[in-house]
Ligand binder design. Structure first.
Ligand SMILES: *[C@@H]1O[C@H](CO)[C@@H](O)[C@H](O)[C@H]1NC(C)=O
Ligand SMILES: *[C@@H]1O[C@H](CO)[C@@H](O)[C@H](O)[C@H]1NC(C)=O
Ligand SMILES: *[C@@H]1O[C@H](CO)[C@@H](O)[C@H](O)[C@H]1NC(C)=O
Ligand SMILES: *[C@@H]1O[C@H](CO)[C@@H](O)[C@H](O)[C@H]1NC(C)=O
Ligand SMILES: *[C@@H]1O[C@H](CO)[C@@H](O)[C@H](O)[C@H]1NC(C)=O
Ligand SMILES: *[C@@H]1O[C@H](CO)[C@@H](O)[C@H](O)[C@H]1NC(C)=O
Length: 213
């Protein structure tokens, strides 16, 4: 019998920047319409509220949590992830805000994702915890122009992202699993600072991530 092929799947929050960004900022909200809307006061709505409340409460205890509530077509899957550089208080505050905002802004959507610099919250009527997805993603750019002397900046940015994601994926047993912060000095002129936080969704290997480099 053939051994089933396994993939490791990570959710990653990663930023690479050459300047300081206020970390409590909202990055993006995705209210996903493809699954259709739910009706207020239905079982799905109640399950979603319970799930968001649980995520909010759990964020004072850990930097990652997932759960599933409800049955059959009323099932809701959800998770939150905080970056490893913030304490429980900040994580809790971020997830609390995120769960309130996602419910408010994505009213009636059966699926949504909200990204802050400190955390992300996601829920869906479809099981997403072991599926590799590269979208939706979000990119924010500094309005500062990149100086001409940073000619290789684009390539370095992309190489660095690939490198730090692979390195963070190996940190399963560190104090804050899958968290990595890296500062690399280029040309003796500038520091490229990268922050990665992944959540391992199904353990196997990092093949899938390596292939993406
Ligand atoms: C909610 O939606 C409003 C209007 O589209 C937008 O201005 C605001 O930034 C959104 N907030 C979040 C948390 O997505
Ligand atoms: C779902 O609800 C949103 C917000 O109320 C609305 O803009 C959108 O048109 C609805 N979509 C469908 C398919 O009913
Ligand atoms: C939902 O239930 C609440 C409290 O039971 C009620 O106040 C509200 O009007 C209901 N909304 C709808 C759309 O039925
Ligand atoms: C979350 O905590 C609040 C305050 O302690 C509590 O009222 C609420 O029932 C909790 N939610 C869940 C789903 O346990
Ligand atoms: C958590 O971090 C925030 C922001 O850095 C800080 O203001 C706060 O004092 C910290 N709280 C604890 C309990 O360490
Ligand atoms: C979901 O959370 C449970 C602990 O509550 C954990 O054992 C499990 O590995 C998590 N699943 C995924 C897919 O992350």
């Amino acid at each position: 019998m053939e051994t089933p092929k396994k993939f490791s799947v990570f959710f990653c929050l990663f930023f690479t920047m050459n300047q300081v960004i206020s970390k409590s900022d909202l990055m993006d909200t995705f209210c996903i319409g493809s699954s259709g809307n739910f009706t207020r006061n239905t079982t799905y709505n109640t399950n979603l509220n319970t799930l968001l409340s649980t995520l909010s409460n759990q964020s004072s205890l850990a930097n990652y949590y997932n759960l599933t509530t409800g049955l059959a077509s009323d099932t809701v899957h959800g998770m939150f992830l905080c970056t490893g550089d913030i304490n429980r208080t900040t994580c809790n505050a971020c997830v609390k805000t995120a769960t309130i905002e996602i419910a408010k802004n994505c009213t009636n959507h059966r699926e949504a994702i909200i990204y802050y610099f400190d955390c992300m919250v996601r829920y869906s009527d479809k099981f997403f915890l072991s599926t590799l997805e590269t979208k939706p993603s979000t990119i924010l750019s500094s309005t500062d122009p990149i100086p001409k002397s940073f000619s290789k900046f684009g390539q370095r940015l992309s190489d660095k992202m690939g490198e730090v994601i692979v390195r963070s994926s190996l940190l399963s047993s560190s104090f804050t699993p899958y968290y990595l912060m890296d500062t690399t000095r280029f040309d003796d002129k500038y520091d490229l600072e990268s922050i990665v936080q992944c959540s391992l969704l199904q353990y196997d290997s990092v093949t899938e991530i390596r292939r993406k480099r």
